[in-house]
Write a protein that binds this ligand. Structure first.
Ligand SMILES: [Zn+2]
Length: 390
């Protein structure tokens, strides 16, 4: 992975926060590091004698974030929150908002407490494809351990307060000086330093190490010569609109990658093994619709029935989301994405393209393995997402 850091450009950014904007933007420019709103960054600075964490605000993308996209939160307040026994994510968001020195700034990222706990000035967090591909493979834990001996490695826990609390507990007597970064299994990676360039460079180095491992152990050659396939989407468009209850923007992807993905044996089992990084589930749902014959209506009905039984199995007092699928894998053809508009459909396409490569490569490492169904439900029905519905 190539470093996009340019000293001549970087030297124009004089303040902590403006340099933070620069290195966030170059992290965001690589789709192999973050996609559409994924990842977050922060910088610790002093304002009027007080230590302040400037952390990515929700609703901003790293690639385009500006200074006003960072939420300024009192560091002490965040560190106090980490000491609490329990805290709901809704209460955490409210407390974080109260600890801001500028209430007109956006809500801080849900990972603000975690950023506060890392005792370095600059913190970078991405969902790098290469890292989650290895982590989501059968022997992912041992591969990650041998590739990153000087990293703090954290088993999967839900993002938000529970994750921050876990890091707090794991690092009570921790030797941060010799720690090169943090890997969150099935989720992503953190790097940090007191210098913005160093922190960015550590990210590039770590991800390059993971990419090299994949090139050696799980090379993936997609034959670009495969020609596109004709597929009439009329009936799929009609049935998906009926199932969703609103007009959807359908995009068919029959790229060589999508064709190879859709031509795997035991397609239903193959394509329904879960998301690459937890926050994708909000957009993609845990599994796609798998279309293996011409009876599209029946396939969608089966999907909805299975979705409802998944909901009933794990729900306590949550509101059920629209049970219709957000994308499909069509046997031997490719994939189809169902967004509410062109923008959402393209976002889905990007996420699934990255997922397909990761799944094919992780299978070469012994088998793709995502988070459990229970953990997926917890993420899909996260109280912060439910709050928007309620
Ligand atoms: Zn994350």
């Amino acid at each position: 992975m190539r470093s996009l850091w340019n000293d001549r450009v970087a030297c124009n950014y004089k303040s902590d926060l403006s340099l933070r904007v620069y290195s966030s933007n170059i992290l965001g420019r690589s789709d192999k590091l973050v996609l559409h709103g994924g990842g977050n960054t922060s910088i610790k600075s002093v304002v009027d004698g007080e230590e302040i964490l400037f952390v990515k605000g929700s609703g901003w993308d790293l690639v385009s974030i500006k200074e006003e996209g960072f939420a300024p939160v009192r560091l002490d307040s965040l560190l106090d929150m980490a000491k609490l026994e329990t805290l709901s994510d809704i209460d955490m968001v409210a407390s974080q908002k109260k600890a801001m020195i500028d209430t007109s700034a956006p809500n801080p990222s849900v990972e603000a407490i975690l950023h506060a706990l890392i005792p370095f000035k600059v913190v970078d967090h991405t969902h790098a494809d290469a890292i989650v591909t290895i982590s989501n493979s059968e022997n992912g834990k041992s591969h990650i351990k041998s590739l990153f001996p000087n990293f703090l490695i954290v088993p999967y826990v839900m993002p938000g307060f529970v994750l921050a609390k876990r890091i707090y507990e794991m690092t009570q007597w921790y030797d941060w000086e010799h720690c090169e970064g943090i890997i969150l299994h099935n989720h992503g990676i953190f790097t940090f330093d007191n210098d913005a360039k160093e922190s960015y460079q550590k990210m590039i180095d770590a991800v390059s190490r993971a990419e090299q491992f994949l090139d050696d152990e799980a090379p993936l050659d997609i034959d670009d010569e495969i020609s596109p396939i004709e597929y009439d989407t009329t009936s799929l468009q009609k049935e998906i609109t009926k199932a969703k209850g609103y007009e959807t923007r359908l995009k068919l992807n029959t790229s060589p990658l999508a064709q190879i993905y859709a031509s795997q044996p035991n397609l239903r089992e193959f394509a329904t093994r879960g998301v690459l990084t937890p926050e994708h589930i909000i957009r993609t749902k845990r599994v796609p619709l798998v279309i293996e014959d011409d009876n599209i209506e029946q396939s969608i009905n089966n999907y909805i029935e299975e979705y409802q039984s998944y909901f009933e199995r794990y729900a306590t007092d949550e509101i059920c989301l629209n049970p219709a699928p957000n994308y499909a894998v069509i046997k031997d053809i490719g994939i189809a994405l169902f967004g509410k508009d062109e923008r959402e459909t393209n976002i889905l396409n990007d996420i699934i393209e990255h997922t397909m490569i990761a799944v094919l490569r992780a299978d070469k490492l012994g088998g793709y393995e995502s988070i459990s169904i229970a953990d997926s439900f917890e993420m899909e029905y996260w109280e912060l997402e439910q709050m928007k519905l309620k």
